[in-house]
Design a protein around this ligand. Sequence first.
Ligand SMILES: *Cc1c(COP(=O)(O)O)cnc(C)c1O
Length: 379
Amino acid sequence: MDFRTACVHGSDKRYDVTGAVSVPIFQSATFAHPGVNRSTGFDYSRSQNPTREYLEAAVARLEGGTEALAFTSGMSAVSLVMELFSPGDHVIASDDLYGGSIRLFSNPSSNRGIAFTYVDTCDIKNVEAALSPATKAIFIETPSNPMMHVTDISALAGLAAAHGLVLIVDNTFMTPYLQRPLELGADIVIHSGTKYLGGHNDTLCGFVVVRDPALSERLRFLFKTIGPGLPPFDSWLLIRSLKTLALRMDAQQSNALALARWLLTQKMVDRVYYPGLQDHPQYETQRRQATGFGAMLSFSTDTPDTAVRILERVKLILYAESLGGVETLITYPMLQTHADIPEKEREAKGIDGRLLRLSVGVESAVDLIDDLDAAMNGR
Ligand SMILES: *Cc1c(COP(=O)(O)O)cnc(C)c1O
């Protein structure tokens, strides 16, 4: 089935007899049993709820997994995956991760004695050098946030398999429409569904998708035990959002390319970080492992003053955290997503007072460029 069709038709699961085209919202915490030792398949919504089940089946199909779990946020999805590891275990992670993941990994109570080493995963040799007998997993984002570094997923999957490690890919930036890490050999895919999968800047949610039945059984057990499941109404909002995922991504990435090209012509812009530009260092890797370049881009201005001026003067583009929605957002990674990272470390990565990140939406590219032009060049 084509991806676009799968987006619209979600899952084959049916729960009602009325012929309703839209999946019902089963706003129920508990389910009555038809008899002793008999169940409708649903007992209690922490374990499973029909609306959430439908959403999970739809997402599993889109990512090419056997099972997906839907969470109340991306961070609760990352946290649950970390429950797979024990004190003394070691995880190698990309050095350019979502700030919230770094905060989780560096918080002594949430990392539960798990050690993390951050390396530039674009070069697999750095990952090899960081391996130790305690290493259990590799955790990456590609393209990364906010510097848009691209990691070769298949190459890393080969290394992970050779050493018996779990390869975890946060696929938030690409979505399964553009990149399917499980098909490239990854073991676990994570999403902040708040971003492209939800797509409207209105709902928090997260996903974990896996292929291996033993892994999915373990995650399902933890999920039911801890209780981070997405509520029925939010699940329904996500089912609705998924229907337009491919359409939104197409429009968003075509706008992003137009903005990236325009930014390159601006004298107050020093650098543009977008994997769809042919001089991006990992342009070829991106082309090989994904079917597009996404709609996230970062750029460095000539001075911090220019960056601040843009943030204060954009009108259509909103100065707000988050990404992936139909509205174009601009963020100041230094003060927002990456504020918790020590200054020296942050600046070494290029996340300084001149760096801005754009999440490009579905508005007209002409209007977006006009807005940036007016903000930057003061017309
Ligand atoms: C936003 C984000 C997260 C966290 O997701 P929430 O839904 O905000 O909890 C994790 N990873 C990436 C890449 C993100 O952009």
